[in-house]
Design a protein around this ligand. Structure first.
Ligand code: HEM
Length: 180
């Protein structure tokens, strides 16, 4: 299957997943900006949206992580050395994996706080007991990982811009699509 992919292109499933993650995370991002600024007691709608969009992003990212491992590996675009290409792919993989982990930790955080998880109106049964240690162990990483993925996004852009300047790899591949 790998041989069927042209250089610098990825398969249709990876392309669709890329777009889906890009769009859903973009929506979640606006929610993340507003959620901590909203006074306690007025967050119900934003929390429902956060958990619902977080779930969608999380599930899509776990599928993408699986596809990274199992799916056909793309070959570098013309002119980009294999090591440089692999470096960029690794940044992307860690970014997607971080989102996937963020979803799991976020779920534990909500239960650690004793907060009801509501997905588009459906109440998820609590599966882990509410304790202070769970709240602390999940809450801090959930917040801290936000800085980590912002750093990864910046690194991804910086490496992509560098590859464009040095190898003329193309700008379009920095965004979702079939070009890698
Ligand atoms: C990829 C998915 C997710 C990302 C990127 C994300 C990111 C964030 C960020 C940046 C915050 C603000 C941090 C802060 O106030 O310190 C936050 C808050 C929170 N998130 Fe997530 N989250 C995700 C998924 C989830 C999920 C699926 C749940 C639970 C089902 C969840 C539960 C929470 C809780 C309980 C808070 C605190 C909300 C509040 O203070 O009212 N997160 N999340």
């Amino acid at each position: 299957m790998t041989q069927q992919l042209a250089a610098g292109r990825q398969d249709p499933l990876a392309t669709k997943l890329g777009w889906a993650i890009f769009i859903t995370f973009f929506i979640l991002f606006f929610n993340i900006i507003n959620l901590p600024r909203t006074p306690l007691g007025e967050r119900e709608f934003l929390q429902m949206m956060h958990d619902s969009m977080g779930l969608i992003v999380g599930v899509l990212c776990w599928i993408r992580v699986y596809w990274f491992v199992k799916g056909p590996a793309p070959t570098p675009p013309e002119g980009v050395p294999a090591a440089s290409f692999a470096f960029g792919r690794m940044i992307l993989f860690v970014l997607i994996f971080t989102f996937a982990i963020e979803f799991v930790i976020g779920t534990l955080y909500a239960w650690g706080e004793g907060r009801d998880i509501v997905l588009f109106g459906w109440h998820v049964p609590q599966m882990v007991a509410t304790t202070e240690s769970l709240r602390l162990l999940s809450g801090y990483p959930h917040s801290a990982l936000a800085f980590y993925y912002l750093m990864l996004m910046s690194l991804w852009m910086a490496v992509g811009i560098w590859q464009q300047i040095k190898y003329k790899a193309g700008w379009r591949r920095l965004f979702p699509g079939e070009l890698v």
